[in-house]
Design a protein around this ligand. Sequence first.
Ligand code: GNR
Ligand code: NI
Length: 167
Amino acid sequence: MARLPILLYPDPRLRRKTEPVTSFDAGLQRLIDDMLQTMYEVPGIGLAAPQVNVRLRLLVVDVSEQRDQPLVLINPQLLDRSGVEPYEEGCLSVPGFYEPVQRATWIRFRALDRNGEPFEREAEGLLAVCIQHEMDHLEGKLFVDYLSEVKRQRIRKKLEKLRRRAG
Ligand code: GNR
Ligand code: NI
């Protein structure tokens, strides 16, 4: 397994269109394992394929305390949602910034598992927030898109400055 580099906002590759997964081969299994390892090592509670420069509709999450309940969602679809509440969000592609975002408090979704088997599930609380955040990544959308233009610019400027310093 390998830890993958994570693209940082405002990298335009985070905005690209993603394609459905059609092949559940060894390459996909390795990518999933690498994404899980990356999420656990960083650490984060979720990771979407575009963040590691892969244009596929694939994401991993684990919001458990023990970090032992990995969820793999492939070609996910939102079936239903209800309730709206702000939640203080961060993103591994926008390191160091946390801002409230309005999200559904309950969702029902369908996805394929890592073997290509379809499943349906409900989620609430942090898991629901995280899955909505990761599904946004598949559309090239980031949590900063929900903020005011002023806040977004401020974050972008700071991250560009950091990157220039890091070389
Ligand atoms: O690690 C993460 N924490 C987090 C906290 C609140 C709301 C969403 C998230 S997702 C984020 C990992 C990430 O950037 N996934 O794309
Ligand atoms: Ni993110």
